[in-house]
Design a protein around this ligand. Structure first.
Ligand code: SP5
Ligand code: ZN
Length: 341
C-alpha cells in the first residue's frame, strides 16, 4: 500500500484561453492552475508527492458521459464540425463575446487552438490519478486541472466547463475497478451546484452525489440543487443537496452542514472511493457574483482531512472553480498538506 500522495498537473492546461488573448477579461484563466502549482512547488509539496503522467482522455473515455456528437465536436474540432448539419450540432450558435472572442455562452469561451487539448488533458490526468489510487499505487491525490467540469452535461458546455472531469472519472472507475469502486461518493464543495454531475448520476445508487452550494432559492448560477432533488428511480436518496440561501456563509455555517449532514450521510453510505469536486470559490476573496462567501482556506484542509476517514483514505480531489488566486492557492496547499498527512 502506497503512502504517497499523487498530484496531476500539466502546463498545457494553462494554455486554454479566449481568442481575445486577454486573460484579464476572463476569471477562468490559466493563472489559476499556474498559481496553485507554483504554491505547491514553493512548499516542497511537488517533491514530497508523486506527479502522475498527464494524459489526454480518449474519445472512448469522454463518451462515458458525453454524447458522440458532442464529444467529436469539442474533442476534435468545432470548426471542422461546422460543416455538420445544423440540427446535429451540439451548440445552437456561438456567442460573440464583448472581448472579441467567441463562446458557447457568455462564460464559456472556446478556442480551437488550445481548448480541446487542455480539456482532454484535464479529464485524462484525473482518470490517471484516480486509477492509481484505485490500484493502491498512490494513497490519495489532488488534480490541479482546468477547464473545470461539474457544469458540463452530456451534450451541453456551460459555466466554463466542457467535459465533466469528475463524472467521466467516476464512470471510468466503476467500469475498470468494479470492486474497489463499488460505491463512489462525489463530494462537491464548489460554491456552485454541479448540475452536470447530478444529472449524470441521478438514477445511479452506486454513485452518491453530495453538494454544498450557494442556491439563493434558485437565483444563483446554475439554479439547480434544491433539497427536493434527491435522485430518481433506483438512485432515489443517492443525491443529497445542501443549498444555502440568504446570508453570507462562513466557516461555522459550513461546519454545521458538514457535521450535521455530509459526515452522517457518508457514514451511512460507506463509500469505497471518494472523489471531490474541489472548487475553491466559496473561499473568502470572491466577489458576490463569483461566490460571495467567507470560507477560510483552512476549512478546505479540514474537510479534506475528515474525508480521509472514509473509503480507506482513497480520496481524490479535482479542482473545479475558484478565482481569487491568493485564497485558492492557500486552500489547495492546505488540502494537499492534509492529504500528505
Ligand atoms: C466552475 C465554475 O465555478 N463555474 C461558475 C460559472 C459561474 N458563472 C456565473 C455567471 C452567470 C451568468 N452566466 C450566464 C450564461 C448564460 N447563458
Ligand atoms: Zn464554481
Amino acid at each position: 500500500e502506497s503512502r504517497v500522495t499523487g498530484l496531476a498537473y500539466d502546463s498545457a492546461m494553462a494554455r486554454h484561453e479566449c481568442v481575445c488573448g486577454d486573460s484579464a477579461s476572463h476569471v477562468e484563466h490559466g493563472g489559476r492552475v499556474q498559481s496553485i502549482w507554483a504554491r505547491l512547488m514553493e512548499r516542497g509539496l511537488t517533491i514530497k508527492c508523486e506527479k502522475v503522467v498527464a494524459k489526454k482522455a480518449t474519445l472512448e473515455q469522454l463518451k462515458l458521459v458525453h454524447t458522440p456528437t458532442y464529444t467529436t465536436f469539442f474533442a476534435v474540432s468545432p470548426t471542422a464540425c461546422l460543416k455538420m448539419e445544423a440540427s446535429a450540432l451540439p451548440v445552437k450558435s456561438f456567442v460573440q463575446l464583448p472581448c472579441g472572442g467567441i463562446g458557447v455562452d457568455s462564460d464559456t469561451y472556446f478556442n480551437d487552438a488550445s481548448t480541446q487539448t487542455a480539456a482532454r488533458i484535464a479529464t485524462g490526468s484525473l482518470i490517471e490519478l484516480a486509477s492509481q489510487v484505485a490500484e493502491s499505487r498512490l494513497k490519495n491525490g489532488f488534480a490541479c486541472i482546468r477547464p473545470p467540469g461539474h457544469h458540463a452535461e452530456k451534450d451541453t458546455a456551460m459555466g466554463f466547463c466542457f467535459f465533466n472531469n469528475v463524472a467521466i472519472t467516476a464512470r471510468y472507475l466503476q467500469q475498470k475497478y468494479p470492486v474497489q469502486c463499488a460505491r463512489i461518493a462525489i463530494v462537491d464543495w464548489d460554491v456552485h451546484h454541479g448540475n452536470g454531475t447530478q444529472l449524470c448520476f441521478e438514477e445511479d445508487p452506486f454513485v452518491l452525489y453530495l453538494s454544498l452550494h450557494r442556491h439563493d432559492n434558485g437565483n444563483f448560477f446554475p439554479g439547480t440543487g434544491s433539497v427536493v432533488e434527491v435522485g430518481k428511480g433506483a438512485g432515489k436518496g443517492f443525491t443529497v443537496n445542501v443549498p444555502f440561501s440568504g446570508d453570507v456563509m462562513r466557516d461555522n455555517d459550513y461546519l454545521a452542514a458538514w457535521r450535521g449532514i455530509v459526515l452522517p450521510v457518508l457514514e451511512q453510505y460507506q463509500p469505497t472511493f471518494v472523489l471531490v469536486s474541489a472548487g475553491f470559490d466559496a473561499a473568502h476573496g470572491h466577489p458576490n457574483a463569483l461566490g460571495g462567501y467567507e470560507i477560510s482556506p483552512e476549512l478546505f484542509g479540514y474537510m479534506t482531512r475528515s474525508l480521509m476517514n472514509f473509503a480507506n483514505g482513497k480520496v481524490v480531489l479535482a479542482l473545479e472553480g475558484g478565482y481569487d488566486l491568493a485564497s485558492i492557492s492557500r486552500a489547495a496547499e492546505l488540502c494537499v498538506q492534509a492529504l500528505c498527512g
